[in-house]
Ligand binder design. Structure first.
Ligand code: PEP
Ligand code: MN
Length: 343
């Protein structure tokens, strides 16, 4: 439900509404606007209806949200959200790029990656320290040591760090080190983990599951916002189809669908979406043309030696080339991409 406050209602009125909403068994999510304040009230659908609130002198109207996802929907917030992600605006005119290796492997590897990522004009360094690998025998990540190396790379370059959290008990450790918590495709419907990151106030890069419909994906995102964490970036990273020429099928339909259905920014990951480095630049350009707010790209100083996802990782020169080729596409659709750092 959306509770629309009357024009000129006070902070005290808002408090009264929040208290009443809570008493009725819902969670209040206020958005204080310049013109008007609204309160999203979400909770179990079998609770007492909220229409009685219309009797309160400060309430203009109580409107149902018809979509199965509520706080993420455009019904709740019609205008696109421009989110402050560790000091970087995401969802505005400027595109954001998150790049780096699949996994943090060594000090030399992550510092070289960070230097190349920063030099090409990206704002975020990605790199997994906790890896959700398909096989238990594959490299699982450097864990805490990996996080420390990412922190060193951040200090050296000023890049913000995006890194994955795979379990609820690791959330406090990741909060200490990361600027953005990544939830990977394999955990897209791990509701306990979603609720745990929802309890933090760290920005979340939330990847779509490999077999998750958009409707299921948005209901999963709702778990994060429902806990009060509204800084959520959606990420299309490819879905499973019958096609075997590529690792996944990058669902670019999802970009305009997500932009229509939600106010949250949309990032596209063409690295996992294709699985092959030579396909990544074309799909990065296509993603930007389709309206993505940013890209996540795997880049490794030496892809042939990568401990994970080498075949889909670009070397530093190819990454720089990708950035160069995306720039005119960004401009053609009214967006901008930061230029390379002056040497
Ligand atoms: C990753 O970003 O390296 C990763 C594991 O991605 P996904 O969860 O999309 O497979
Ligand atoms: Mn990867």
């Amino acid at each position: 439900m959306i509770i629309v406050m009357k024009k000129g209602s006070t902070a005290e009125d808002l408090k009264r509404v929040e208290v009443r909403v809570t008493e009725l068994g819902y969670r209040p999510h206020p958005i204080v606007g310049v013109e008007r304040t609204i309160v999203g009230a979400v909770g179990h659908e079998d609770k007492t209806p909220l229409h009685d609130l219309e009797a309160m002198d400060c309430v203009e109207a109580v409107i149902p949200i018809l979509r199965p996802y509520k706080l993420v929907s455009r019904e709740f917030k019609p205008e696109a959200s421009v989110l402050d992600v560790a000091g970087v605006a995401v969802g505005g005119r400027e595109l954001v790029v998150m790049a780096g290796p699949c996994s943090v492997e060594s000090r030399d590897q992550i510092l070289k990656s960070a230097d190349a990522v920063a030099a090409a004009g990206a704002q975020f360094l990605r790199g997994g320290a906790f890896k959700p690998r398909t096989s238990p025998y594959a490299f699982q990540g450097l864990r805490r040591e990996g996080l420390e190396l990412l922190a060193e790379a951040r200090k050296r370059t000023g890049l913000r760090v995006v890194t994955e959290v795979v379990s609820v008990e690791d959330v406090p450790l990741l909060v200490e080190y990361a600027d953005v918590l990544q939830i990977g495709a394999r955990n897209c419907q791990n509701y306990a983990l979603l609720a745990a990151v929802g309890e933090t106030r760290k920005p979340v890069l939330f990847k779509r599951g490999m077999a998750t419909t958009i409707k299921e994906y948005l209901q999963a995102a709702e778990y994060i916002l429902d806990r009060g964490n509204y800084t959520v970036l959606l990420c299309e990273r490819g879905i499973r189809t019958f096609e075997t020429a590529t690792r996944n099928t990058l669902d670019l339909n999802a970009v305009p669908v997500l932009k229509r259905e939600t106010h949250l920014p949309v990032i596209v990951d063409p690295s996992h979406g294709t699985g092959y480095a030579d396909l990544v630049p074309a799909m990065a350009r296509a993603a930007v043309a389709a309206g993505a707010d940013g890209l996540m790209i795997e880049m490794h100083p030496n892809p042939s030696e990568a401990l994970s996802d080498g075949p889909q990782s670009l070397g530093p020169a190819d990454f720089e080339g990708l950035m160069r080729s995306v720039r005119p596409v960004a401009e053609a659709v009214g967006r901008a991409l930061t230029g390379p750092k002056q040497k």
